[in-house]
Design a binder for this molecule. Structure first.
Ligand code: NDP
Length: 502
């Protein structure tokens, strides 16, 4: 038992199938606390057999119990019970997530866990209002269009916000009457394993939500390729997304892919510059810089650039790096040593490309237990051009790249000149600029004069290599339901008689 883990939590992380925890067996993988580099748990990987059992358990729950046909009031009660359970265990979930991810407890409690709880409330309310369609234009006939649960979904979550992102998938999936097999990243299994236990305590029937733990190349592949899976919802890197979609295509299984980003944060001289500055810092350095929707390319109108960058760098250098368990910490460690090394390699790449290193660019050295942690200083560079790697590659760390522009056309041209198109941030108090840019930006979301503000009712997802499909109220309903048209005559019809001639 590791002293850092809550007392009731086992440091042997296994899968949970049909309501039962698997016994520890199979390939073992170490799980680390990124703030110290210390191993805190051991993950026991689910192999193809275990994945098969999980999919079969989900299929049984879907086909042979009343789960898929539960009255909406009962389903709402259950979703609200899950919300209450998450709120009651918010500290425990935040602590487990912190131990895996190194994001500060404060951010985890205030954003991630709150959001996880709200996801269930949101879908509880949403399903109370869903409706079908009626077509009665064809004389003598009525066609009723209904939506039905699909079956078993494979839900694959990344390591950068495991509970916040996976809970959205689980909530949407079960709200519409499906069952699922959830696969977290092998780096961050702790909080999600606890989360699935909490779902069962809240009353989710056995087999409805199963979790398999292990590497993407083993457990993930077995899940994606399992013939019993009807839908795949994936959040992660673009290359993994390509692979999953091509595998799903062979079996004609619909998937949604929420992938990477290299989002432009465009600040016009007409913006409220104090607010834009606060937001630019939050957009790149929150969640330790590890977020697909980070405002990682900061595009400044030339007339304001020197002053803006000067103030940004001054503030970035004062960000409090340290123990993610402490409330005052603003930047914790990166999630793994390998990821830290990758992020830091971009400082050399930037300099090699002729960029100016404005601040950071090296590992942050802390003392005591934290000396072994994967800390990186908040980093910012002034890039030579938008075609440089620091402006095109998703770095996924506390690493901002600045560019400047002279005209509206140049700003939008640079913003759109990327393989990605997840979100854009736009700062201006000049209405025609806002209207034009909201139209011209090629991204799934445009946030105007605000930091990231997820509206769950609205679709979320990316243009171009940032994804396929959307998540959100109606978008999730469409993904997690099959649509069926039932056509009935409104009075007895006369059927043409065939086969009656002698
Ligand atoms: P990966 O694509 O490596 O992994 C995502 C998940 O997929 C993990 O659970 C991983 O398992 C699993 N996986 C990996 N390979 C396979 C495979 N062949 N078959 C099935 N599953 C597989 O991404 P990261 O975990 O590194 O996450 C970071 C990425 O996610 C970033 O690029 C980021 O932009 C993107 N992201 C996108 C978001 C969005 O909403 N658009 C939100 C958050 C992140 P394991 O880790 O165990 O190998």
């Amino acid at each position: 038992m590791n002293a850092l883990l809550p007392t009731q939590f086992s440091s042997n992380i296994t899968s949970l199938i049909g309501g039962k925890a698997s016994s520890p067996s199979g390939h073992q993988l170490p799980v680390f606390y990124p703030a110290t580099g210390q191993q805190i748990a051991t993950l026991h990987e689910a192999d193809a057999d275990e994945v098969d059992q999980a999919v079969k358990a989900a299929r049984r729950a879907f086909d042979t119990t009343d789960w898929a046909r539960l009255p909406v009031e009962k389903r709402q009660e259950l979703l609200l019970a899950i919300q209450a359970k998450i709120i009651a265990h918010a500290d425990e979930l935040a602590r487990l997530e912190c131990l895996n991810l190194g994001v500060s407890m404060r951010e985890l409690r205030e954003r991630h866990v709150k959001r996880a709880a709200y996801n269930f409330r949101f879908f509880a309310e949403y399903i109370g209002q869903t409706k079908g369609d009626v077509y009665d234009q064809t004389t003598g006939y009525r066609s009723v269009v209904v939506r039905e649960p699909v079956g078993v979904a494979a839900l694959i979550a990344p390591w950068n916000a495991p509970t916040a992102l996976a809970s959205m998938k689980v909530a949407a999936c079960i709200a519409f009457g499906n069952t699922c097999v959830l696969k977290p990243s092998e780096q961050t299994p702790l909080a999600l394993r606890c989360f699935v236990d909490l779902l069962h305590e809240a009353g989710v029937p056995d087999g409805v939500v199963n979790i398999v733990n292990g590497r993407g190349s083993v457990t993930g592949e077995a899940l994606v390729n399992h013939p019993g899976v009807d839908r795949i919802s994936f959040t992660g890197g673009t290359e993994t997304g390509r692979r999953i979609m091509s595998q799903a295509g062979l079996r004609l299984k619909p998937c949604t892919l929420e992938l990477g980003g290299k989002s432009a944060n465009i600040v016009f001289a007409s913006a409220d510059l104090d607010r834009a500055l606060d937001a630019a810092l939050v957009s790149i350095y929150s969640n330790n810089g590890q977020q697909c929707l980070a405002g990682s390319r900061i595009l400044l109108e030339k007339s304001i650039a020197d002053d803006f960058i000067g103030r940004f760098v001054e503030r970035a250098a004062k960000i409090r790096i340290g123990d993610p368990m402490l409330d005052e910490t603003e930047l914790g460690p990166l999630a793994s040593s390998g990821h830290r090394d990758r992020v830091l390699s971009f400082a050399d790449i930037a300099v090699g490309e002729g960029a100016e290193l404005l601040t950071g660019g090296k590992a942050a050295s802390l003392s005591g237990d934290l000396a072994g942690g994967y800390f990186v200083e908040p980093t910012a560079v002034f890039a030579k051009s938008n075609s440089s790697r620091v402006c095109q590659d998703e770095i996924f760390g506390p690493f901002a790249a600045f560019l400047t522009f002279d005209s509206y056309e140049e700003a939008i041209g640079m913003a759109n000149d990327t393989q990605f198109g997840l979100v854009s941030y736009l700062w201006s108090d000049h209405l025609p600029t806002v209207e034009a840019a909201s139209r011209d930006l090629k991204s799934g979301v445009v946030w105007v004069n605000t930091t990231m503000t997820r509206e769950l009712r609205a679709p979320f997802g990316g243009y171009k290599d940032s994804g396929v499909g959307r998540e959100g109220g109606e978008a999730s309903e469409q993904f997690y339901t099959e649509i069926k048209t039932v056509t009935t005559p409104t009075r007895p019809i006369t059927v043409k008689k065939i086969g009656i001639s002698d």
